[in-house]
Design a protein around this ligand. Structure first.
Ligand SMILES: NC(=O)c1ccc[n+]([C@@H]2O[C@H](COP(=O)([O-])OP(=O)(O)OC[C@H]3O[C@@H](n4cnc5c(N)ncnc54)[C@H](OP(=O)(O)O)[C@@H]3O)[C@@H](O)[C@H]2O)c1
Length: 269
């Protein structure tokens, strides 16, 4: 039995689908089974109950564990779980202590390593789904206002992350691996806005704003703490005019090329 935490999320929902397609037994966790719309072939359970009976592998999504993992890893090991596949982050490559995103993921990685369980740390860079925060603005015909117009990244489709996680759970080839994942092309946010506009059939626009203005706006969003906002802005600043490394891992691991941002936009707009 594979336990999927964050099963209704961007990555989790695709992962549950992939695992069921491979005939795996899946226990999908959500805070609210009544509204989760998870497939009937999956066993659905409540996150706060964290039922571990019969579980051999866990997909761990840090988004579910804002307040820490508690004794989950120790309980998992004691209950016979053998493998943990962590949705980590490419930010873990940067061990600057001011980089709270990287530090948070590294801390979880280290805790998992210490358990002696088998592990895979899937380390994606920027999710294409982050662009969904622009949806309302774009549909309203307003410009997307952000700093660092020339910063580039290679946004990755959540389906590709799920496909890699599925391989890590279903086969032994990625045990002890930390694959860094990216999309197939380096893009600026203005270009991403343009691509979304083309997919939605709307003339979408981008307007650069000073970082201080962006910081104030970001602090108004749910779950955005000061340290996190500053780390996210620092990552964008560091990406200005920098070469972006395109990872070959999605294709190497799954056998199919990473999906483009235009494919992602067509799936969502
Ligand atoms: N965004 C990026 O660019 C990026 C880059 C690298 C790594 N990551 C990693 O990926 C994670 C996000 O993955 P994702 O987009 O698949 O997740 P997500 O869609 O944001 O969340 C997954 C699920 O977790 C549950 N959840 C959300 N907040 C929760 C909370 N406070 N307590 C308990 N459950 C909660 C929700 O399910 P229910 O409502 O059904 O309970 C949600 O559907 C990040 O936390 C980070 O670790 C992100």
């Amino acid at each position: 039995m594979i336990l999927v935490t964050g099963a209704t999320g961007n990555v989790g929902r695709h992962l549950v689908g992939e695992l069921l397609c491979a005939d795996a037994k899946v226990r999908a966790l959500t805070r609210d089974p009544a509204t989760a719309r998870l497939p009937s072939e999956a066993e659905v359970a409540r996150t706060d109950e964290m039922p571990l009976d019969g579980v051999t592998s866990i997909f761990l999504n840090p988004a579910v564990f804002w307040n820490g993992l508690g004794d989950l890893l120790e309980r998992a090991r004691d209950r016979g779980v053998r493998r943990v596949v962590l949705l980590s982050s490419a930010a873990a490559l940067n061990d600057d202590p001011r980089n709270v995103v990287g530090a948070h993921h590294l801390e979880i990685e280290r805790a998992i390593e210490e358990t002696g369980l088998e592990w895979t740390f899937v380390r994606p860079g920027e999710f294409a789904t982050n662009a969904l925060v622009w949806e309302e603005t774009i549909r309203a015909g307003e410009p997307v206002r952000e700093p660092y117009a020339t910063a580039r990244s290679a946004p990755i489709h959540e389906r590709d992350i799920a496909a890699v996680a599925a391989r890590a759970l279903l086969s032994d080839g990625l045990v002890g691996a930390k694959p860094v994942l990216s999309g197939p092309e380096a893009l600026t946010h203005p270009r991403m806005v343009e691509i979304i506009g083309a997919a939605a059939g709307i003339p979408a626009r981008f307007e650069e704003i000073p970082p201080e203005q962006a910081r104030a706006e970001m602090l108004g969003r749910p779950y955005m703490r000061e340290g996190l906002v500053d780390a996210l802005l620092r990552m964008r600043a560091e990406a200005v005019d920098r070469d972006v490394e395109i990872s070959p891992e999605v294709e190497r691991i799954t056998g199919r090329p990473a999906r483009t941002f235009a494919e992602w936009a067509a799936d969502h707009f």
